[in-house]
Write a protein that binds this ligand. Structure first.
Ligand SMILES: CC(C)(COP(=O)(O)OP(=O)(O)OC[C@H]1O[C@@H](n2cnc3c(N)ncnc32)[C@H](O)[C@@H]1OP(=O)(O)O)[C@@H](O)C(=O)NCCC(=O)NCCS
Length: 180
C-alpha cells in the first residue's frame, strides 16, 4: 500500500500533506477562520479544542489509524484548507470524506477543486474505487461544489443533531475514475 504523506497537486506554489496531532494548533486557527461554517452546521462557534478533537474522533469500529487529515499549504507554509477522511468506511471499498474546508478568503479560486482532485488521486493509489460524504441540506454551496466534482446524491437522511442545530443530510458518492 502506498502510504505517502503528501498529495500531488496540479497547482504551483501550493502543497498538501498529511496533518498529525502536533499540527493541532495551526488546524485550530483554520477552524476559527471557518467560524461561519461551524455556525451553519452546529449553530455555535468552533470549540477551543475542535482541532485536537478532530484527530481523535472516529466512527464506531474504526481507530485513529484509519483517520487521514490533509492540509493545503501555500508557499509560505500557511495552512489554507483541510480534508478529513476515514479509510474503508462505511465499507471496504469506500473512503469517507468527513469534512473539507478552505479559509474563506481562499475560496472560489479553484483551489478546493484542485485540492480535492489531489486527494482523489491519492485515494486511487489505495485501490479504493469510491469516495462518499454527507452534506447538510442547508449548505447549498457545499452541495453545488460536490455536484461539480462529480458526486451524486444517494439518499437523504432523517434529521440529526449537530451542536444546537438539527439537519437533514445528503449522502453523496462518486466512483473514482481518475479525474483531472
Ligand atoms: C466547499 C469548498 C471546500 C470549495 O472550495 P473552493 O476552493 O471554494 O472551490 P472552487 O473554487 O474550486 O469552486 C467553487 C466555485 O468557484 C468557481 N471557480 C472554480 N475555479 C475558479 C477559478 N479559477 N476562478 C474563479 N472561480 C472559480 C467554481 O465555478 C465554483 O463556483 P460554483 O460552485 O459556486 O458554481 C469551500 O467553499 C469551503 O471551504 N466551504 C465551507 C466548508 C464546506 O461547505 N465544505 C463542504 C462540506 S464538507
Amino acid at each position: 500500500m502506498n502510504d505517502s504523506t503528501s498529495l500531488s497537486l496540479e497547482l504551483s506554489g501550493y502543497s498538501a500533506k498529511r496533518l498529525v496531532r502536533e499540527n493541532a494548533a495551526i488546524l485550530q486557527i483554520l477552524y476559527e477562520q471557518c467560524k461561519e461554517f461551524a455556525l451553519l452546521t452546529d449553530g455555535e462557534p468552533p470549540s477551543p479544542t475542535a482541532a485536537r478533537d478532530e484527530f481523535e474522533a472516529v466512527p464506531e469500529n474504526k481507530t485513529t489509524q484509519d483517520k487521514y487529515i490533509f492540509g493545503l499549504f501555500d508557499s509560505r507554509n500557511v495552512l489554507l484548507g483541510m480534508i478529513e477522511s476515514i479509510r474503508h468506511y462505511p465499507d471496504n471499498k469506500t473512503w469517507w470524506l468527513g469534512l473539507m474546508m478552505l479559509a474563506p478568503e481562499q475560496r472560489d479560486k479553484g483551489l478546493g477543486s484542485e485540492f480535492y482532485k489531489g486527494f482523489e488521486r491519492w485515494v486511487l493509489t489505495h485501490r479504493v474505487k469510491q469516495v462518499s460524504l454527507s452534506v447538510v441540506e442547508a449548505n447549498e454551496q457545499g452541495l453545488r461544489f460536490w455536484k461539480k466534482m462529480g458526486f451524486e446524491v444517494i439518499r437523504k437522511t432523517p434529521p440529526r443533531q449537530f451542536g444546537v442545530q438539527t439537519h437533514e443530510l445528503y449522502v453523496m458518492s462518486r466512483t473514482i475514475d481518475g479525474i483531472g
